[in-house]
Design a protein around this ligand. Structure first.
Ligand code: ADQ
Length: 457
């Protein structure tokens, strides 16, 4: 079996040095490399003005070697905050209004990708297969090809891919699309993202596809596919069963008294639809006065990317909104919204999912959304809670048993909440079973195996 090389912006080194970022990528890939052995390269998360000449930090962990590079503060500003998170992230989440174009940042993005390629190339053996992850590293294959590498290189995009008219608002869309065409396999979360990519290629006159999967562009052929990412379904379910006994979970259950718990868990990000969600909860309480003092909405939201101005503004906005609703609707013995800005240990999180009657997952746009899947896996199959899920999350393509909502439609989400909280046990069980069966088949190892099988085929 060929060795596997994984490249991603951040690398979750297993010894736990530095807090792991609250992101799905780390959670999903942990198991993949151990099976084949190989190398995982990425940014150390540290800045260093001598980054260009300093050695990689290499950590040997049995079959897997982790190689971390520092970046200069300027690199991080331009590549990570500037272009990846202020151009690609908003554009891929259909937020043209939030994209901030700067020539410096665009140049920095391509420069840092070249730098990653320079660090990686000497470590690659001829028969290694390379799997590059996410929007930070789109031009990496182009750079590796320029250096003469002929290895099979795959790319998986964890976030959505937008339609042509959205993508074309980005000044360097041409270079980005040409960069994608240098891979051997392009993986998207859903068939819709794949179709959008094909549409972009066609509209640009850059290439085309014969059957939706086989592409031709720039004189090369490559494949594309939808590989919806999963979680370790069975393990997470087991984990959640045990987590019921966790003291913090027990304490939380007591503290909500006999009220129904609605849970939301998201990084603080404008793509997650938090303000619309709080509006919907408020509307639900207004439309169902009998539910007042009978429900508690727990929203767990660790801060992320606070250095990006749009995120900083949002932190204030969501906190103020939760405070306003609590002030207006709460009573001396009832706080309707518990809004928490911190990461929660996984056993506690799993236990909280399990005791919640409703999982409220309403992103405005999301590649997949692993929280939706974790919520379902954590339920007690005999008496499961209900998943209320945005139709604009990739997870909605798979989780047919959820109550699907349009998160922009506040009334609609409020109605779905009411329906979820009064749903019969039989219907809840049927819906849960349907989702669980899909998730047990399409778990994270299935995701990994199918991508790698297609990459090596
Ligand atoms: P994210 O946007 O980070 O991931 P998501 O898929 O929901 O979103 O994954 C978040 C992960 O972080 C989950 O595993 C969740 O449990 C964890 N998490 C969130 N809040 C937490 C908290 N307070 N405490 C502890 N853990 C917390 C990106 C894309 C998604 C895609 C994933 C994987 O944006 O669309 O599903 O990558 O491909």
């Amino acid at each position: 079996m060929s060795r596997l090389i994984v490249v991603s912006n951040r690398v979750p080194v297993p010894d736990g040095t530095g807090a792991a970022p609250a992101g799905g990528l780390a959670v999903a890939l942990q198991a993949a490399l151990e099976e084949r052995g190989g190398l995982w390269l990425g940014w150390s998360g540290k800045t260093n003005e001598e980054a260009e000449t300093s050695d990689l930090t290499v950590i040997d962990a049995g079959p897997v070697t982790y190689a971390l590079t520092d970046l200069t503060a300027n690199d991080v500003d331009e590549y990570y905050f500037g272009f990846a998170n202020r151009v690609l992230w908003p554009i891929c989440h259909y937020r043209l209004d939030l994209a901030e174009y700067g020539r410096k940042e665009m140049a920095g993005y391509f420069r840092v990708n070249r730098f990653f390629a320079e660090r990686l190339a000497p470590l690659v053996r001829p028969d290694d297969i390379i799997w590059i992850h996410d929007y930070h590293l789109i031009p990496l294959a182009t750079e590796l090809r320029h250096m003469g590498l002929t290895n099979r290189i795959g790319f998986f995009l964890h976030i959505p891919w937008p339609p042509a008219d959205v993508l074309f608002t980005m000044p360097v869309y041409d270079q980005i699309m040409r960069g994608l065409a240098q891979y051997d396999l392009l993986g998207f979360q859903t068939d819709h993202d794949l179709e959008n990519f094909a549409g972009c290629l066609r509209r640009m006159g850059l290439g085309d596809t014969t059957d939706g999967f086989q592409f031709h562009a720039q004189g090369r052929s490559f494949r594309g596919g939808a590989y919806g990412i999963g979680i370790e379904t069975a393990a997470f379910a087991e984990f959640a069963r045990n987590a019921e006994a966790n003291p913090t979970v027990q304490k939380t259950r007591r503290s909500v008294e006999n009220r129904d718990l609605i849970i939301g868990v998201d990084r603080l990000d404008y793509s997650k639809g938090l303000t619309q969600r709080i509006d919907a909860f408020e509307r639900f309480l207004a439309m169902n006065p009998q539910a007042q003092n009978r429900v508690t909405f727990l929203q767990i939201t660790p801060k992320s990317r606070s250095e990006v101005p749009e995120y900083e503004a949002m932190q204030r906005q969501v906190a103020e909104q939760a405070g306003r609703v609590n002030g207006a609707i709460g009573t001396v013995d009832w706080v309707p919204i518990r809004y928490i800005n911190r990461s929660i240990a996984r056993p506690v999180l799993a236990g909280l999912y399990r005791i919640a009657r409703v999982g409220l997952v309403t992103p405005l746009r999301d590649g997949m959304n692993l929280v939706a899947k974790e919520y379902v896996a954590a339920q007690d199959g005999e008496d499961p809670g209900v998943l209320v899920l945005s139709r604009f999350a990739g997870a909605a393509r798979e989780l047919n048993g959820a109550l699907l909502v349009n998160p922009y439609d506040v009334d609609g989400t409020a109605h779905a909440l009411a329906r979820a909280l009064t749903m019969s046990r039989e219907e809840r069980r049927d819906r849960w079973r349907q989702m669980m069966d899909v998730m047990l088949t399409n778990d994270v190892s299935h995701w990994c195996r199918s991508f790698l099988a297609d990459l090596t085929a």
